[in-house]
Design a protein around this ligand. Structure first.
Ligand code: IVH
Length: 709
């Protein structure tokens, strides 16, 4: 919508306007107001539609304030389409009902590729092609999960906005729509011979902003929104446009439903394709699904299915909630041939993603004891199908989690499974209780060895302190042989349990002393499987030393830290010679990890175990490939600097810094032009502003976690 030379001109004009004092000559003032409106509209488009601002928020604020004060001093020069008029002072008492220009129908649903192949067949029949080789072209876009909005522009001005309502008429929410900054107040439709047009779109709230809003509502004791959709649809119906503005809503436009020219003729037909209409809207400054990213023109139904599947997999990483894709016949003449039912257009179909949330009954709670003695409550659920998997148990983390969510045995609970994330309980549905539910009584003794549990003061987890507890010993062994540790193929919990019960496994070194002859006589075993096990165990003796260090299961010493530590020594046992200070001097190792190393390697049992393993043939020496530089080179933040600012909510500042170091980067204190990333938490202030001005890459906490993943 803006050529690059126009953009350059507007950018320079902005800089001039920032410097210029306000004039007091009427003609000059009028020119300044016009210019300010033009540059502000441009910057709003860069910011709200493209997400690519070219000036700082601070500069934008100055421009905005200048315009506001000029208008205040010269009310006769105030224009209705001024960006300052987005938020009016009027409170809406109740919403007026207004008719849509064309009926707003629903969509038919499909759930898999087969449904889409069937749909493609039906479309071919509707457009009466018997030629099986003819491909139908489709335009595919996300199915945004927010609130529908219907906009009418007349003579290039936004004159009315309404909700979907019952499809024929909706509530008038013009004042609220004006407070949404990705909705242009003016758009140059007349350039295309369009005098009046009706657009449809979806109002949404970005997922990260939604989290923020909910957090601040929580702090203020206000009721939380169940999801981003409710926050968005609720936002559209707020009585005060100022609050709408604060809710930071966004609007994606996905359809032009009606368009006429000056003499009332239908001009929708001047387009050949749905995609061209959307491109035109993009050119006029509307926020539309980006072509070749969210939106794709697919040459046939197989390409459609591919695009849908790709987006189902990407859904979690997308900034907005989407619950499927909408597949539209791209050619408008063919759309006409398809026509409508009373419920939906036949030229479009929704491809629904698999549900992320479901409700089910919480039947019981089991308590699992881990290798460190930590007791974890696990909810047993009535099995439920969720995003393509059957969920029958889900962690409840710790006692506080159960208390905070007021979870009771017998409750109906809302379970969510998003992408690869492990399923979790969103809430218990207290409104569905019938009085038979039981409060959770947290155990005071280890469910395995009955030792009484302890909870260190600052921790959330109860622990069994008996290091001889069977659960801990077996847990340590399961970790030792696991894929990321010694990677002993085919050796899992079931075998370990069995051999432990047979008295063959008392400590970790016993893994290398197994009597395979005896095992081959165990029920369910045989010569072949015991041979196979022997080969896998023997092979693990040659592992790089960092695997053995990680396999010891020292708290805070994960794979990355194990690699970092091994890079510093010739042999694992040497870690016993290091002092706390020496360990802390290692750039990458923080005090918590260092203290753990000191504690564990200070115990004679650790060195005895390692010596025993070494005598049994297990490698304890650093391999050539484990030397320092090779680990650093492919680390995600290798050679990069990071500054944290604002309040982090997912981790402590110290942990975040540790993560930077683990990922090969350096965390620094101040923002300079050399900085690579600024991670902005909540209420970020001057550092954020400075980084924005310097064009430094800004990350949210989640972006940061994704980056180092
Ligand atoms: S096209 C005649 N495209 O889905 C209906 N709808 O059931 C044409 N929606 O509430 C609708 N994203 O607001 C279309 N890219 C998209 C959409 C979309 C979300 C919503 C729409 C309506 C529902 C239709």
């Amino acid at each position: 919508m803006y050529t690059s030379s126009k953009q350059k001109q507007l950018f320079e004009l902005s800089k001039q306007l920032l410097e210029f004092p306000s004039s007091n000559n009427d003609l000059e003032t009028k020119k300044q107001i016009d210019e300010l409106i033009e540059v502000i509209v441009y910057h709003e488009w860069r910011y709200y539609v493209l997400n690519q601002p070219v000036i700082s928020d601070y500069e934008y604020d100055i421009l905005f304030k200048k315009l506001e004060s000029l208008e205040k001093e010269n009310p006769h020069l105030l224009r209705t389409n001024s960006p300052t008029q987005r938020v009016s002072d009027d409170l809406t008492e109740s919403f007026k009902t207004v008719p849509h220009l064309t009926a707003m129908l629903s969509l038919e649903n499909s759930y898999n590729g087969e449904d889409l192949y069937d749909y493609d067949e039906r479309v071919k029949k509707l457009i009466e092609t018997d030629d099986p080789d003819i491909d139908i072209e489709y335009c595919v876009e996300p199915k945004f999960d927010g609130g529908t909005i219907v906009l009418i522009y007349e003579n290039d001005e936004l004159v009315r906005a309404a909700t979907r309502g019952n499809g024929a008429q909706g509530d008038e929410i013009t004042a609220n729509a004006k407070a949404i900054r990705s909705i242009p107040l003016r758009a140059n439709f007349s350039k295309y011979g369009i005098q009046k047009v009706e657009l449809r779109g979806e109002v949404l709230i970005r997922k990260d902003l939604f989290e923020k809003i909910n957090k601040s509502r929580g702090k203020q004791g206000e009721q939380l929104f169940a999801n981003a959709r409710n926050a968005a649809t609720g936002g559209l119906r707020l009585k005060d446009p100022k609050q709408v503005s604060e809710r930071a809503l966004d609007a994606f436009i996905y359809q032009m439903g009606y368009a006429i020219n000056k003499v009332g003729e239908d001009v929708l037909t001047q387009f050949n394709k749905h995609n061209e209409q959307i491109e035109l809207l993009a050119n006029l400054g509307f926020k539309v699904p980006k072509i070749n990213e969210e939106r794709a023109v697919c040459k046939n139904i197989s390409a459609v299915i591919q695009h849908c599947n790709k987006w189902e997999a990407k859904r979690e990483n997308y900034a907005f909630e989407i619950d499927g894709m909408v597949v539209k016949v791209n050619d408008l003449e063919k759309q006409d041939l398809c026509g409508y039912t009373s419920h939906h257009p036949r030229w479009a179909i929704a491809f629904k993603f698999k549900a992320k949330q479901a409700t089910t009954k919480l039947i019981a709670i089991d308590y699992q004891v881990g290798r460190t003695g930590a007791v974890t409550p696990v909810a047993r659920l009535d099995p439920v199908e969720l995003a393509g998997a059957t969920i029958s148990n889900v962690t409840l983390h710790n006692e506080d989690f159960i208390k905070e969510k007021d979870i009771r045995i017998g409750d109906t609970v809302l379970v969510e499974r998003a992408g690869d994330v492990i399923p979790y309980i969103v809430k218990s549905m207290s409104e569905l209780r019938d009085g038979t539910e039981r409060e959770v009584i947290y155990p005071s003794n280890c469910p395995i060895c009955e030792t009484s549990l302890e909870k260190p003061k600052d921790e959330a987890v109860w622990r069994c302190t008996n290091s001889e507890c069977e659960a801990q010993i077996v847990g340590k062994m399961v970790h030792f042989v696991s894929k990321n540790a010694m990677n002993i193929d085919g050796f899992g919990e079931a075998y370990i349990d069995r051999f432990y019960k047979e008295g063959m496994l008392k400590n970790l070194a016993d893994i290398y002393r197994l009597d395979y002859q005896r095992i081959s006589f165990f029920e369910g075993f045989g010569k072949r499987s015991s041979e196979k096990l022997k080969l896998a165990i023997e092979a693990s003796k040659e592992n790089p030393a960092y695997r053995l260090l990680y396999a010891l299961g020292i708290r805070h010493v994960g794979r990355t830290n194990s690699q970092l530590l091994i890079a510093e020594v010739n042999k694992i046992q040497e870690l016993a010679d290091w002092t706390l200070e020496q360990l802390c001097e290692l750039n990458e190792i923080g005090p918590i990890v260092a203290q753990q190393i000191i504690d564990v390697f200070g115990k004679p049992e650790t060195i005895n175990l390692l010596n025993e393993l070494e005598a049994l043939g297990v490698n304890c020496y650093r391999l050539e490939s484990e030397k320092k530089q090779e680990i650093a080179a492919d680390a995600p933040l290798a050679g990069k600097t990071v500054v944290f600012t604002g309040t982090l909510v997912q981790m402590k500042r110290s942990e975040a810094k540790q993560l930077v170091v683990n990922a090969g980067g350096k965390s620094v204190g101040s923002v300079s032009s050399k900085l690579n990333y600024l991670v902005a938490g909540e209420k970020a202030g001057s550092k954020l502003k400075k980084a924005q001005e310097l064009g430094i890459k800004i990350l949210t906490e989640q972006d940061f976690l994704d980056l180092i993943k």
